[in-house]
Design a protein around this ligand. Sequence first.
Ligand SMILES: C[S@@+](CC[C@H](N)C(=O)[O-])C[C@H]1O[C@@H](n2cnc3c(N)ncnc32)[C@H](O)[C@@H]1O
Length: 323
Amino acid sequence: MSGLIHTPVLPGEVAEVLALQPGETYADCTAGRGGHAAVLAAKAQPGGRVILNDADASNLEFASEHVAQQVAGIAVHRFHGNFALLPREMESAGLQADAILADFGFSSTQIEDPARGFSFMRAGPLDMRFDPSRGLSAADLVNTASERELGRILRDFGEEPAAFRVAQAIVQSRKAAPIQTTEALAEIVRSVVGRRPGSGVDPATKSFQALRIAVNDEIGSIDALLSQVLRAAKGVSGKPGGGAARQGGEVGSERLWLRKGARIAFLTFHSLEDRPVKAVLADICKQGLATDLARGGITASDEEIRANPRARSARLRAIRLNT
Ligand SMILES: C[S@@+](CC[C@H](N)C(=O)[O-])C[C@H]1O[C@@H](n2cnc3c(N)ncnc32)[C@H](O)[C@@H]1O
């Protein structure tokens, strides 16, 4: 999988709102395959710096190599982990960003790799973790969660109308044998949901999305990152107990992870991601702490969607800190 490319979504629009200048620092919360990072790092040259973060160690490795190859001489810092922890890591390392991007969800290379267990179209172990080195896999979840808990996950994160019937079928099936593969789970879901007449969509789509979101605590991570952005906008450090109003990007002797005037961009792909981003950014702007750079959100052109179908549901939201 290591040679495969993930086509970045809305690259021109992201570059425009982030408006990196030579010598600035760009932090990529979701480095993925380094597509956005290479474009943005180039704008920060000469003298720029790029901070790459990803929960997926193999993507992080690939992104670092890709950026170093594409942008000669750029200084690269890497962090492996959940982006919710990046602000604290950056402050501990004394790093401050002039621009950040979080491009949520999975990379094409993750979903296309059968060994990662993300896809109902590819036979493999039922894993779905962005970071396979920690936490519970999707197999752990479907084999241990209560029927009620599974039903809620499928309803809340997949908007699956048959959520509780699918949960019941999962619990019935695992009594006979643990559910270990993507194929086994997809078959259980299909036996309950069935293909909707005239629909090209696989009946397992919503359930797989729901489990992936739950396994990776995707919404909790987004909420945590947003609260760190809000804290920084108010001049509060990302570290627990951090306080005080900022003065030119510094709080006492602490350097905040976001510099004064930092540009912040999010790429969301469905309403569960977009709703909290929209609400928090609107709140920050309403408090006069930032200026909206993408009123209503920016979506992809028909041309981009034709070339990259994943762009269809993308929405770019962005602000610039006033403080
Ligand atoms: C859509 S891809 C990013 C693609 C990237 N912008 C590019 O152009 O190549 C999303 C990446 O975010 C990572 N990711 C998702 N949730 C994360 C989290 N909470 N913390 C850190 N990384 C996360 C995934 O592992 C994946 O590599």
